[in-house]
Design a protein around this ligand. Structure first.
Ligand code: WTA
Length: 655
């Protein structure tokens, strides 16, 4: 176990926060879920999840709800068969809802596409036929690196339809990051675009994927969607335009049924070592929990609501709450391609006004950005359609929560602060709108059918008012089924810390308040959370030391007002390298090129020494004190206790 990561500054006032917002009785009367659901699920967890699984259309009934005999490798709905894409698309058309809009797509430059469920069925079927024509068969891996264009969603659903395992790689990740993910999963096909719109201008996309695929032996074909019309390099025989491949395909595709445990996707996420983990999710359990939580937590009424989740499909939030959950529930949703301030800072509110969005799900970092831009901006728009607001990705500080409720939710819309992870697949801890008395800054309570506890080092549950580590003590349907190609790492990372008790260790600090509600306190391992994105300190350190001027590097996540944490790097340069601004810029750019712009350090500080314990472990806690301008803490375990004085005085001199 490593030392406690710094908490978000915003969390400092958590201990004093005591405001409570009871639900509006009118909302409660019509809410999808009642208070009784908790007790009902508690009485028979498996029966509860079996009931939720019936939200889906199965081709064969399961014989067993949960097989936990191979723990920690779970099997849910054993023997059940279904097709995930049929559940997300075809069945809504068959139920007579083909004319309902599935996706109001809004492009950054202002172009739009409204796609009904009937049209989505055609698009997904054509894409499935196209992928099958490339010789892909169930179980093969397909990498997807795309901006938020409809074809990205068609591609994911076409994979699901064929039993192909997609691995979506966030569009902002570098060529090197894409390459390592393609290699790890041995993907046969990559789907991408020529370019992407970013802050009002076309930016390249295929240049990066070309760089990645120059070295990936497993890639046979690269399918390219034309989005920006920019010039691209072309590799004959390997590259194929989407419109050449897909447009002429038949509009019908006969789906096959797959086992409930058939792999649906791999999604890479940062762990405590440099190598990202390929988190594996399967079909039946994942879709069950995605659909149930989307219905329960957002109080979705598919006939009348317009839902909008602002995540990118490159993250788990985009997978579960743009693609699988909402579409399984037959929702109408907005999908927006661009940045929130293009062409102006009111873009989100303009979209909400135009589409009468009623459920809006975003991240605290963006809410804090909106606060900075000013409340006068949302005030110019009609946001009266909004009735549920969601937050995800990091702890939300009470100020941001209250601002969100006041300025976006007109002081009435319930806020659901949803805690979950790439690994959990779907929401685990959250208030329920209309049911829970909400508290700014607290995710509060495990959902019906889910069990979470705050425990101490020995795995003993702490008392109300106490703090410790968050664990999940009962298996859940959408739980990860492993790390791609690395079962040992799966056991080590999540199950070894509380092996005796059989708890899943989430890696988050948490506490109970006096009522027993859960407050999340940030990561306790070497994973940083920057704007809701997980980045490991080791990943950034290894990017830094891969640069010829760097001898050693230590990276910490320091509290940051807007992004939650900011990346601060301490580097020791080699021999003759100069500690000047240009070196710092080169190193920041180098990290962006190695991992992606989201990993670019906020600060690079050149030092002569790093604080290490006698066993050679870098004491990040002390560096964090420096990065956050605090008095440096206890240095007694340092091998050389004068190091911190040297670092602090060196930094003062150069400031
Ligand atoms: C953090 C994102 C506090 C947490 C869905 C977790 C949160 C990590 C919350 C997972 C929340 C996510 N309150 N912390 N509501 N939601 N986190 O895998 O540290 O990108 O372990 O999944 O984000 O990040 P991931």
């Amino acid at each position: 176990m490593t030392e406690q990561s710094g908490q978000s500054p915003a969390l400092d006032n958590l201990s004093t926060e005591s405001r409570v917002f009871p639900p509006d009785p009118a909302f409660t009367g019509a809410a999808n879920v009642r208070e009784g659901a908790y007790a009902e699920a508690e009485a028979d967890r498996e029966a509860f999840w079996a009931e939720q699984a019936r939200r889906l259309t199965w081709d064969a009934e399961w014989s067993q709800v949960l097989d936990w005999s191979g723990a920690p490798f779970a099997k849910w709905f054993v023997g059940g068969k279904l097709n995930v894409a049929v559940n997300c698309v075809d069945r809504h058309v068959e139920a007579g809802n083909g004319d309902r809009v599935a996706i109001h797509w809004v492009g950054e430059p202002g172009d739009t596409r409204d796609i009904t469920y009937a049209q989505l069925k055609v698009e997904v079927s054509k894409t499935a036929n196209a992928l099958a024509s490339l010789g892909l068969v169930a179980g093969d891996r397909v990498a997807i690196q795309m901006p938020m264009v409809p074809e990205a969603i068609f591609s994911m659903l076409a994979c699901a339809r064929l039993g192909l395992v997609h691995s979506v790689v966030f569009g902002g990740f570098s060529a090197a990051a894409l390459r390592s993910r393609i290699d790890d999963a041995e993907a046969r096909v990559l789907i991408t675009t020529d370019g992407q719109y970013r802050r009002g201008a076309p930016a390249p996309m295929k240049d990066g994927t070309d760089e990645a695929t120059a070295h990936t032996p497993s890639i046979e074909k690269v399918v390219v969607v034309r989005r920006t019309g920019s010039d691209v390099q072309w590799t004959e025989g390997r590259d194929v335009w989407w419109h050449d491949l897909v447009d002429g395909q038949p509009e019908e595709h006969t789906p096959e049924s797959f086992d409930a445990e058939h792999p649906l996707f791999i999604l890479y996420t940062s762990g405590t070592t440099g190598k990202p983990k390929g988190i594996q999710h399967t079909s039946g359990g994942y879709l069950t929990q995605a659909a149930y939580t989307h219905h329960a937590v957002f109080d979705l009424k598919p006939e009348t609501d317009v839902y909008w989740c602002t995540a990118d499909i490159g993250w788990i939030t985009g997978h579960t709450y743009i693609v699988y959950g909402p579409l399984a529930n037959g929702a109408t949703q907005v999908v927006y391609e661009g940045t929130p301030n293009t062409p102006h800072e009111g873009r989100h509110w303009e979209i909400i006004q135009q589409h009468r969005v009623s459920i809006y799900y975003t991240a605290p970092t963006l809410i804090r950005t909106f606060m900075k831009w000013g409340a006068d901006i949302p005030e110019k728009y009609d946001l009266s359609s909004l009735r549920v607001l969601g937050s995800v990705g990091e702890p939300i500080n009470p100020e941001a929560w209250v601002w969100y409720r006041e300025h976006i939710g007109r002081g009435t819309a319930p806020i659901v602060d949803t805690w979950w992870q790439t690994e959990t697949g779907a929401i685990m801890i959250s208030p329920l709108p209309g049911v829970t008395k909400t508290k700014p800054g607290s995710a509060q309570r495990a959902l019906p059918g889910i069990s979470a506890k705050v425990v101490d080092d020995n795995g003993v549950e702490v008392a109300h008012g106490g703090g410790g580590y968050l664990v999940l003590d009962k298996p859940w349907p959408s739980m990860l089924r492993g790390i791609w190609g690395d079962p040992e790492r799966f056991r080590d990372t999540y199950w070894s810390r509380y092996a005796e008790q059989g708890f899943y260790f989430a890696g988050d600090g948490a506490k109970y308040d006096a009522d027993g509600d859960i407050w999340l306190l940030g990561r306790v391992d070497d994973v940083m959370n920057v704007s809701g994105h997980r980045i490991s300190t080791t990943e950034v350190e290894s990017a830094l030391v891969s640069h010829p001027t760097v001898a050693e590097a230590a990276v910490v996540g320091a509290a940051d007002e807007t992004t939650g944490q900011g990346i601060v790097a301490f580097v020791i340069l080699r021999g003759t390298a100069k500690a000047d601004d240009s070196t710092v810029k080169v190193l920041r750019d180098h990290v962006a090129a190695e991992i992606g712009p989201i990993a670019k350090p906020r600060q690079v500080l050149v030092v002569n020494e790093l604080p290490k314990t006698r066993s050679g472990k870098i004491m990040r806690r002390l560096l964090r004190d420096v990065a956050e301008n605090r008095e440096v803490g206890d240095t007694t375990t340092l091998a050389d206790s004068t190091v911190m004085d040297l670092i602090s005085s060196g930094l003062k001199d150069s400031a």
